[in-house]
Design a protein around this ligand. Structure first.
Ligand code: ATP
Ligand code: LTN
Length: 329
């Protein structure tokens, strides 16, 4: 039996190179070996304010990126979170097995509350419980995410263990799968903070649909340091180290190989090499992405089939949970 994988991305903006290298890039490698469920976390997106029309557009864009990046809809179950009711059912149950104190410790809640001080809603607070439901409703073994989600995986494990200890073996205890290198791609302008799709500084971020000129321009402006030497040192040279990480992931090169490649060369040459590597990597993805967006029927067929398949599996688990807690089916 193949192990199960589940992951997802919110539909809160255009996807970035951070989403790609930190998440999707790893998913592609797993599609043959695992039984994979990849969703668009559209319910989670509601924890911040969205224009309804933009939200549905974004959800389709995320779906198109998944497929364009190489996730094969025949091999993976690709779906919209909101179309599989079991997530919401399990979410409620798990809410009743999660403590306020646990949720109070979540750093993402603190960060997002600071960012959206005018809208600190309870969905933002209980966000990790819905995420736990997303994972546990498939009994996923592995959850490939970026480093920023580690704490949410830990609370998921705690909730699952608590439930199992009360009602007997029900949930698989999932593991976070966080790849060393792509775990945290930093901003180009602010290389000490993660590259994030909901940022306001557009030069900080490479979007997956940026055109070549934009990519070159953003790389030219990327913050480095005054040493003018391509050397990996995350502490003292966060900007250059981040660009090296990006380049290394795309070109499948180690930091030492990159240091050798650019020995004696300045940051100008290095930055342009990084830009060209990104442009080349994104070229075929962008072509397929645009084709898919022009073909909404193809996208619809993918998410409908995905929701059906996901529901079949998730309903079984949620029914078992209902029975265990004493609800009548
Ligand atoms: P937002 O800015 O709306 O919080 P985000 O860009 O952080 O969004 P998410 O939807 O929260 O994106 O994350 C989707 C996936 O991409 C997660 O697995 C997350 O860990 C990963 N990810 C996001 N940004 C980065 C990054 N800069 N480096 C590595 N992984 C990332
Ligand atoms: N919170 C995640 C998105 C997400 C997710 C999940 C990831 C929602 N549900 C379940 C993995 C598994 C984020 O990346 N911001």
């Amino acid at each position: 039996m193949k192990k199960t994988i589940l992951s997802g991305i919110q539909a809160t903006g255009n996807l970035t190179l951070g989403n790609y290298l930190g998440a999707i890039h790893n998913w592609i490698k797993m599609q043959d070996e695992y039984d994979c469920y990849y969703m668009i976390a559209d319910l989670h997106s509601l924890t911040v304010r969205n224009d309804p029309e933009i939200l549905c557009k974004r959800a389709m864009q995320v779906l198109a990126i998944y497929v364009a990046a190489g996730l094969d809809p025949e091999k993976n179950t690709i779906f919209l979170q909101s179309q599989v009711d079991a997530h919401v059912k399990l979410n409620w149950i798990l809410n009743c097995y999660t403590y306020m104190g646990e949720l109070n410790r979540m750093t993402q809640f603190k960060d997002k509350s600071a960012k959206h001080a005018d809208n600190i809603n309870s969905g933002l607070f209980t966000y990790p419980v819905l995420m736990a439901a997303d994972i546990l409703v498939y009994n996923a073994d592995l959850v490939p995410v970026g480093e920023d989600q580690r704490q949410h995986l830990e609370i998921t494990r705690d909730i699952a263990e608590r439930f199992n200890s009360i009602y007997g073996e029900t949930f698989v205890i999932p593991e976070a799968f966080i790849s060393e290198q792509g775990a945290r791609i930093m901003g180009l302008q602010e290389p000490t903070a993660k590259m994030s799709k909901s940022t306001t500084n557009l030069n900080d971020v490479i979007f997956l649909n940026d055109d070549p000129e934009e990519i070159r321009k953003k790389l030219k402006k990327a913050v480095t340091d005054s040493e003018n030497c391509v050397r990996y040192d995350k502490e003292n040279k966060p900007g250059v180290s981040n660009l090296m990480t990006i380049y290394g992931l795309i070109q499948e090169k180690t930091m030492e190989q990159i240091e050798q490649e650019f020995a004696g060369k300045g940051y100008g040459d290095f930055k342009m090499a990084v830009a060209e590597a990104i442009i080349e990597k994104l070229e075929s993805l962008q072509k397929r992405y645009n084709e898919l967006l022009e073909n909404p029927e193809e996208l619809k067929a993918i998410y409908e089939k995905g929701a059906k398949k996901a529901s079949q599996r998730a309903d079984k688990i949620v029914n078992e949970v209902y029975r265990k807690v004493g609800l009548i089916l």
